[in-house]
Design a protein around this ligand. Structure first.
Ligand code: PRP
Length: 177
């Protein structure tokens, strides 16, 4: 059974405001750069689509797909489903994630992107759940730090459901993290 959404953690208007602030900061920092945004599918799709439209720089973008949770709520190891093919040599890469949890997905992706020898690699994540961190990774542009609760919406899922919600909601379910 799919648990119901218990409450709204971050509203649509809060997300919109923060995405614009991040877009302004990124535009400032990457003025005059060869910026390549890398969207991490599937979760980051909504954040990515909104963020890129706030940017005032002529950015390129690419997609990668990694999955660790599959249809479960516990990670069973990160798998790269679709890697990068474009030449990122000497580019300024900005990885765009929906959430950093254990940090394992990001760690694998940083190594993958690094193998293309870009000039710089930074990370932008809408959400950070620091209580769950298992590997040290840093986030350069962060939307919101959140507590250790199971969140869905705005791209984030529970067993592939709820990605379509326009806000970040907390699921009603004991033991869900
Ligand atoms: C989620 C999320 C991040 C990752 C974060 O992806 O989108 O990529 O988990 O978790 P971590 O820090 O513990 O690695 P998921 O594997 O659920 O795939 P999805 O993006 O297709 O939902």
């Amino acid at each position: 059974m799919i648990p119901t959404v218990q409450s709204v953690l971050i509203s649509e208007s809060q997300i919109e405001k923060r995405v614009h602030e991040l877009g302004q900061q990124i535009s400032k920092d990457y003025d005059d750069s060869d910026l390549v945004l890398v969207c991490v599918l599937k979760g980051a799709i909504m954040f990515f689509a909104d963020l890129i439209r706030t940017l005032a720089v002529p950015a390129r973008y690419e997609f990668v797909q990694l999955a660790s949770y599959h249809n479960d709520t516990k990670s069973s190891g990160v798998q790269m489903i679709q890697g990068l093919y474009q030449d990122l040599f000497r580019a300024d890469v900005l990885i765009v994630e929906d959430i950093v949890d254990t940090g394992m997905t990001l760690e694998l992706l940083l190594n993958h992107v690094g193998s293309f020898e870009p000039t710089s690699i930074k990370v932008c994540s809408l959400l950070d759940k620091p209580d769950r961190r298992e590997v040290p990774v840093s986030i350069d542009y962060l939307g919101f730090e959140i507590p250790n609760t199971f969140v869905v919406g705005y791209g984030l899922d529970y067993a592939q459901h709820y990605r379509n919600l326009p806000y970040i909601g907390v699921l009603d379910g004991e033991g869900l993290r």
